[in-house]
Ligand binder design. Structure first.
Ligand SMILES: Cc1cc2nc3c(=O)[nH]c(=O)nc-3n(C[C@H](O)[C@H](O)[C@H](O)COP(=O)(O)OP(=O)(O)OC[C@H]3O[C@@H](n4cnc5c(N)ncnc54)[C@H](O)[C@@H]3O)c2cc1C
Length: 443
């Protein structure tokens, strides 16, 4: 056995780094093992032709208290995010235009008041109407099981038509509306109401945050260290790496997505229903095509650059727009469309994305180029964008959050109670660290 530590944290995403710093600050000796060649996990900033671009987490909510404390501690600066879906182009049923023209369009399959509703806002609007969840922990109460049904059922019960559901299902952040728990979606909507609408990024790239957290660790993060097994042995946990190296620890925090945990042997096995959730919790595929536009094509056709489409390219979101120089944008594709594209060669993907853009938005022809393709579904250490519980999985998720798994603690955004995304990851790391500290009598 090469080394021994009070705690080994597996995964240098925000959850793992926050857990590690909390444990270190309490006086424990902590080693963080990271499979990849960088820290940050799903926070990943890229150098693009117009400056830094975010391939992973983008928006920092004003209410992200833990995250903002790290930002302040590291002396990092923030800049406001200005992109919103409020002004966007709808491409559907042969229509390419604004929400105003969509309401009158022959391609609009909806009737009555739904005709005026942009498809991108159908689900969000229905979730906001009379959300039964008012408190951050309401989703964990036994009564909440009533809403742990397919999101499609819930949408119908709030008066959304089948035609509107079919339309909304074409593009968004869910795998499909049918395979998503309505309770998970209501929880996300409830969480969103607690954060002011203004969001920010970190100047120089969001990755500077996990990098600054890692820099505070006394023992540097070990990169390129994929963990393959964690086994209890007497009073210790033994962590095994892919190359056969073994590291002993009093406690282990596994701060990796369940997609990745599936390939880590854990002994003794995690208790039910946690083990089943590890095996089954879905993570939708999400592939981003980062684009550079060498001229403002939106000025040529007079339409907003943001686009929501029923095509396989799904959504076009701007990152940095300039009237007199290159701009950065990205096509976001989720779910089945992303998996189909992921299965193709890179050249074929580029051709399809650029052809589809040019077809629905002729002004983009010759104006945009793909600079990077980032597939979260194919990322070996992410296996998808974020956890998105199936109908019927929320009680098991609540149990997984509440189960103290002893010397082996789990963390990651998927195990958050009150917040989602980056702040949820920090929250889960804090809980795992608190349980370890309680066992050390340091809580
Ligand atoms: C495209 C995209 C956009 C997003 N936008 C936002 C947003 O705007 N706002 C927001 O708040 N959140 C956003 N998120 C979500 C946010 O990025 C995540 O919730 C958060 O970063 C997850 O942190 P984590 O520590 O739980 O997991 P991760 O960041 O995934 O960290 C897990 C780490 O474990 C490592 N690992 C995995 N397996 C092993 C192994 N076997 N051995 C060792 N190491 C391993 C991984 O390499 C990784 O570094 C977005 C995510 C994506 C993908």
């Amino acid at each position: 056995m090469r080394s021994s530590h009070d705690v080994v944290v597996v995964g240098a995403g925000l959850a793992g780094l926050h857990a590690a710093l909390t444990l270190q600050d309490a006086g424990l000796d902590v080693l963080v093992l990271e499979a990849g060649d960088r820290v940050g996990g799903r926070v990943r900033s890229l150098d693009g032709p117009t400056g830094v671009e975010e391939a992973g987490a983008v928006n920092i909510g004003d209410g992200y208290a833990r995250l903002l404390a790290h930002v302040r501690a590291a002396g990092l600066e923030q800049e406001p995010v200005t992109v919103s879906m409020r002004e966007h182009v709808i491409v559907a049923g042969g229509h390419t235009g604004t929400p105003a023209t969509w309401a009158e369009s022959e391609g609009n399959p909806l009737t009555g008041a739904e005709r005026a509703l942009p498809p991108a806002l159908i689900v969000a609007g229905a979730l906001a109407r009379g959300n039964p969840l008012t408190g951050a922990r309401d989703w964990m109460s036994p009564g909440a099981a009533t809403w742990d049904v397919p999101l499609t059922d819930h949408l119908r019960s709030t008066g959304v038509s089948d035609a509107a559901i079919a339309l909304a299902d074409r593009a968004g952040t869910f795998e499909t509306l049918e395979s998503t728990s309505a309770l998970a979606a209501l929880r996300a909507a409830q969480r969103a109401t607690r954060h002011a609408p203004q969001t920010s990024n970190i100047v120089g790239g969001n990755t500077r945050l996990p990098e600054s957290m890692a820099a505070r660790l006394r023992t540097p993060v070990r990169l390129g260290s994929a963990v393959t097994a964690v086994r209890e042995s007497g009073n210790l946990m033994v962590v095994e790496l892919g190359d056969g190296e073994r590291i002993a620890a009093g406690h282990v925090v596994l701060a990796v997505p369940f997609t990745s945990l599936r390939s880590i042997a854990v002994e003794p096995a995690l208790p039910e229903p946690v083990a089943r959730l590890v095996a089954e919790l879905p993570y939708p595929a999400l592939t981003k095509y980062h684009l550079v536009a060498d001229r403002p094509f939106w000025e040529e056709d007079g339409l907003p650059p943001v686009m929501w489409t029923t095509n396989r390219i799904q959504r076009l979101l701007p990152w940095r727009l300039a009237d007199d120089g290159p701009s950065a944008l990205a096509v976001w594709v989720t779910g089945r469309d992303a998996r189909v594209l992921d299965a193709l060669g890179e050249r074929e993907q580029r051709r399809i994305v650029l052809d589809e853009l040019a077809r629905v938005r002729p002004a983009t022809a010759g104006a945009v180029e793909i600079t990077r393709i980032v597939s979260w579904g194919r990322d070996p250490w992410a296996g998808g964008a974020w956890a998105m519980p199936l109908p019927g999985q929320m009680a098991a998720l609540a149990a997984a959050v509440e189960t103290d798994t002893g010397r082996l603690q789990l963390a990651g955004e998927h195990l958050s109670v009150e917040d989602s995304g980056m702040e949820g990851a920090l929250e889960s790391g804090e809980r795992a660290a608190a349980r370890v500290l309680a066992r050390h009598g340091l809580a």
